[in-house]
Write a protein that binds this ligand. Structure first.
Ligand SMILES: [Zn+2]
Length: 94
């Protein structure tokens, strides 16, 4: 991990640093919970996420977006397969 000008980061030097990183990546919005779970202060988690995990967070979000886009396309394809069966007989909507 990069530390600017030798500034101390509570999380980078934490024993459970990797676990905390994994938690931050998994629950990008639950920083307060993560902070209390590891006995940290919220600002430390936020600073670490912003300064030391920015790239990982972005990549993680992009991967999730790609995944959800793929899921969505898969669902649309499935809907498309079933679409003719859900229409009233004769192709009309009366
Ligand atoms: Zn850090």
């Amino acid at each position: 991990m990069t530390q600017k000008l030798g500034r101390h980061c509570t999380i980078c030097s934490h024993d459970q640093h990797r676990q905390i990183d994994a938690d931050i990546l998994r629950h990008a919005t639950g920083y307060l919970k993560i902070a209390s779970r590891y006995g940290l202060i919220l600002a430390s988690v936020q600073r670490h996420a912003a300064n030391h995990l920015a790239r990982e967070l972005r990549e993680h979000r992009e991967a999730e977006m790609l995944l959800s886009a793929e899921t969505l396309i898969g669902e649309l394809n499935e809907l498309h397969l079933f679409a003719p069966c859900t229409r009233p007989c004769g192709g009309g909507w009366r």
